[in-house]
Design a protein around this ligand. Structure first.
Ligand SMILES: Nc1nc2c(c(=O)[nH]1)N[C@H]1C(S)=C(S)[C@@H](COP(=O)(O)OP(=O)(O)OC[C@H]3O[C@@H](n4cnc5c(=O)[nH]c(N)nc54)[C@H](O)[C@@H]3O)O[C@H]1N2
Ligand SMILES: Nc1nc2c(c(=O)[nH]1)N[C@H]1C(S)=C(S)[C@@H](COP(=O)(O)OP(=O)(O)OC[C@H]3O[C@@H](n4cnc5c(=O)[nH]c(N)nc54)[C@H](O)[C@@H]3O)O[C@H]1N2
Ligand SMILES: [Mo]
Length: 759
């Protein structure tokens, strides 16, 4: 039997600390995830469900966007994938009785962990204006309410249509089509807070905002640099790929302020020897200061330029633009400045250079440690410069590898979930569907929050996600949401965004990946695109959590029919009945999806075209790969302050908290911890185990405070600190964003630590 959800809350947050581990996965991981899965779904369902993850006739793991290898193990076992599945396939249910027992004000006092633990949503729920509780409503009434508010707006641009990255290609395509037929490009998405900086930098430099490597490239690489990423927790299956790359002779450099256990040693649970001993992964660990990466890559570029014969001159001559200007800037790179920015030693950088020069095929992988800073876009551009210099883009075993987060976040973008759509995409929509899509840019996440704050947007609709908890500046964001006329969430699980609402609110419960999707024409499957541009089908098998659930494509189709009425010539009914008809349209609108229905029948899926990877063609404004030469930036820290990064623990999926442990970092039973270098802690007078408030300091002078964090002495880089998201989002100023991409700078928040009033 599945266990009961916790009744009491707030949960005890009493962290115990044992010190960091030096290896990831292995037997403890297997036991841990099975225990969690069985609590949620019982023994039998656990076995049946986990066997279907990432199998050719099964569903795409909702855990992360790392690609599946072609030869899949019976269970490509991944601890955190198993947790993500259990979270969705849980047998616990949130019924109308639950909402009768809890007012919205009560729900707003609960922790995100408690809310999520209550189980799957089962019926559409409506919070009327002035009401204290959500009440069950029929679907038709829910669509009427949304239509009422949408058609009452002064302009379609007063509506916001947010997307989180689990939404399938089919649902995403319909959703953006509906928003644009309604008349707005206000399609903010989780990408705005995630890899937007990667997209911005890559589009400009190589002409496409996606990574240029496939899984087999990793196996062919001589050198893989993993910068600003914690795969042991967030992309566990990447560790098997890195292990395989190492077996093939690759070296690995890890660039991170934290020594992350997964990158130190990996105990592959698929192999008997791996289960116990494991393989060392990192050959060189560069323990960089937060925000020092641009300076590091700039100096490496100078050192490459200074080395006779190190530059791939034929590639540079034939395929690139802007080399002279870049080379001049790179030659000016300064050792002292770099050592200050990075906190590294000369010997470490020399060793990195030696490995770089010894490699004929280099890949750079990165995630949030590179994308969430003020200077993230120039940082990633510098990574591109670094790869271009030695011809490492557009040949086997080499390239850029931004590792995406949500399992279909890349696909959603491909489907047109973007507030700044390309004119060619809109032209194709116009031609296919015979309406004039809006051409002006819409709001991204940060601009959407400002729009609600300033009463310029009044209806907020979310396709998945947990907007108020994932967004920066929690107090500002929550106040903005409360100003809306109507907030609507299409969700699988309860979260804080259901408790911080506009004047009216709706919760629309939907099917998850694991569940059977039966429509008029029979059983449906959906498709997703992974981090490497591979598209494949995903088919759920479990009985839906409740008979009242609608699929995401069905919700969008019905909403579109209700709101657009006879004005729309789009066959929404047919789309709902048969998703193959949606794929036929995608095939006609989006390049690379020709013959979509036929090609997705291949159980291995198919690769989308990528001009730089496939043909060394760079579809940029100059027609070449662009070198760039931005000034070097890095965060400057006032005395007595620390630079805080807000990151994930091992027991969470973004704002979904699975448990209160962070096993690899040796933390148990609590999330309000701040990791501080012991030397810094001594200077600041912060004893291990003492309690402190984190107080954000930013140029607007507003005091942002996160109270009551236990200090943990931890081997992070000097001057740096780390604490978990979303508890620390209250510290990230709404306006502190990356240049160009506008991504919240949630990895570089200047804080002072003040003794807690309570202690
Ligand atoms: N289990 C699980 N899986 C997930 C998620 C989850 O929450 N849980 N989230 C999914 C999503 S949406 C995403 S985007 C990904 C996120 O995957 P990651 O980016 O791995 O997630 P974070 O925990 O934010 O970790 C950031 C890493 O960057 C390092 N870092 C921080 N600042 C810097 C810096 O300035 N320079 C360098 N070089 N390193 C730095 C941190 O120490 C940390 O190791 O994971 C996806 N997968
Ligand atoms: N401070 C700080 N803030 C951050 C980050 C950080 O590192 N630091 N990371 C940022 C990043 S990288 C990201 S991607 C965002 C994440 O932002 P979001 O994507 O908005 O947040 P999630 O926590 O992933 O959303 C969880 C909710 O999604 C719903 N859900 C789950 N599966 C499904 C499904 O199949 N369909 C539907 N309709 N709903 C579903 C459930 O109701 C669940 O409660 O947060 C960002 N915020
Ligand atoms: Mo993300």
């Amino acid at each position: 039997m599945a266990g009961k959800p916790p009744q009491s809350d707030p949960v005890q947050d009493a962290p115990q600390v044992a010190g960091p581990k030096h290896a990831a996965a292995g037997l403890p991981a297997v036991g841990h995830s099975l225990r969690m899965a069985q609590q949620q779904m019982g023994v039998k369902r656990t076995a049946l469900t986990l066997l279907r993850v990432n199998q050719k006739d099964g569903f795409d793991c909702p855990g992360c966007a790392w690609p599946e290898p072609e030869h899949r193990h019976t269970a490509e076992f991944c601890e955190n994938g198993a947790k993500a599945v259990a979270e969705e396939a849980t047998l616990r249910r949130v019924t109308p009785d639950f909402f009768a027992a809890h007012t919205v004000a009560d729900l707003a006092t609960r922790s995100g962990y408690w809310l999520g633990q209550q189980g799957r949503l089962t019926q559409p729920m409506y919070l009327a204006e002035g009401a204290e509780r959500y009440e069950a409503v029929p679907w038709e009434r829910a669509f009427d309410i949304i239509a009422e508010e949408l058609t009452g707006l002064a302009s379609p641009d007063e509506a916001l249509f947010y997307t989180s990255g689990r939404t399938s290609n089919e649902a995403a395509f319909l959703y953006q089509l509906f928003a644009r037929e309604f008349g707005t490009n206000n399609l903010p998405d989780c990408s705005n807070m995630c890899h937007e900086s990667s997209g911005s930098a890559l589009n400009e430099t190589i002409g496409i905002g996606k990574g240029s490597v496939l899984l087999e490239d990793l196996y062919k690489a001589d050198l893989i640099i993993v910068a600003g990423q914690n795969p042991g927790t967030n992309h566990p299956r990447m560790l098997s790929a890195l292990e395989k790359a190492k077996t093939g002779g690759a070296k690995i450099i890890t660039v991170n302020p934290l020594p992350e256990a997964g990158m130190e040693r990996f105990k592959n649970p698929q192999t008997p020897q791996g289960m116990f001993k494991g393989a060392a992964l990192t050959d060189l660990f560069l323990q960089i200061r937060i925000g020092g990466d641009q300076a590091l890559f700039r100096l490496l570029n100078k050192l490459i330029l200074d080395t006779e014969g190190a530059v791939d001159e034929s590639f540079v001559g034939e395929h690139t633009h802007g080399y002279e200007e870049f080379a001049e800037a790179a030659r000016a790179a300064d050792w002292d400045e770099t050592l200050t920015a990075t906190g590294l030693t000369r010997a470490e950088i020399d060793e990195a250079l030696r490995m770089v020069l010894a490699s004929e095929r280099t890949i750079v992988c990165w995630a949030m440690g590179l994308t969430q800073h003020k200077h993230s876009v120039p940082t990633i551009r510098e990574v591109v410069n670094f790869l271009l210099l030695r011809g490492n883009i557009g040949r086997p075993g080499a390239g850029v590898c931004p590792v995406r987060g949500h399992s279909n976040v890349q696909g959603d973008r491909t489907m047109g979930i973007f507030e700044r759509p390309a004119p060619a995409f809109l032209d194709a929509l116009e031609k296919e569907f015979g309406f004039a899509p809006p051409r002006g840019h819409g709001y991204d996440v940060v601009r959407a929050i400002r729009a609600m704050r300033d009463d310029k947007a009044k209806v907020f609709f979310a396709m998945g996600g947990n907007f108020v908890s994932a967004s920066p500046d929690t107090e500002v964001t929550e106040a903005a949401m409360r100003r809306a006329r109507l907030t609507v969430h299409v969700s699988t699980k309860l979260n804080r965004s259901h408790a911080v609402t506009g004047a009216r609110a709706l919760i629309l419960p939907t099917l998850g990946r694991t569940e059977r999707d039966l429509q008029g024409s029979g059983e449906q499957f959906v498709t997703v695109e992974d981090s490497m541009g591979m598209v494949h089908a995903s088919r759920g098998r479990l009985e839906p959590a409740s008979e009242h659930l609608l699929s995401e494509p069905a919700i969008v189709s019905r909403l579109a029919r209700r709101v657009l009425g006879d004005e729309s010539r789009t066959p929404w009914e047919e789309f709902e009945k048969d998703y193959a008809t949606v794929r036929d349209r995608i095939a006609r609108v989006i390049p690379g999806f020709e013959d979509f229905n036929a090609r997705v029948a291949d159980p291995n899926g198919f690769a989308l075209p990528h001009a730089p990877r496939d043909e060394r063609r760079f579809p940029t404004a100059t027609g070449k790969a662009n070198f760039t030469a931005a000034p070097v930036e890095f965060p400057k820290l006032p005395k007595g302050r620390l630079l805080l990064q807000t990151l994930r623990s091992h027991d969470q999926y973004n704002t979904t908290i699975y448990g209160l442990d962070d096993r690899y970092r040796g933390i148990k039973n609590g999330r309000r911890v701040v990791l501080v270098n012991p030397e810094d802690a001594r200077e600041l007078g912060l004893a291990d185990g003492s309690y402190t408030d984190l107080v954000g300091e930013w140029k607007d002078g507003v005091e942002r405070r996160a109270p009551g964090f236990r200090v943990v002495h931890y081997p992070t880089a000097r001057g740096c600190a780390a604490a978990y998201y979303p508890e620390t989002n209250v510290l990230v100023p709404l306006d502190a964003t990356a240049d160009t991409s506008n991504t919240p700078a949630s990895k570089s928040v200047v804080v002072r630590l003040e003794q807690s009033a309570a202690n």
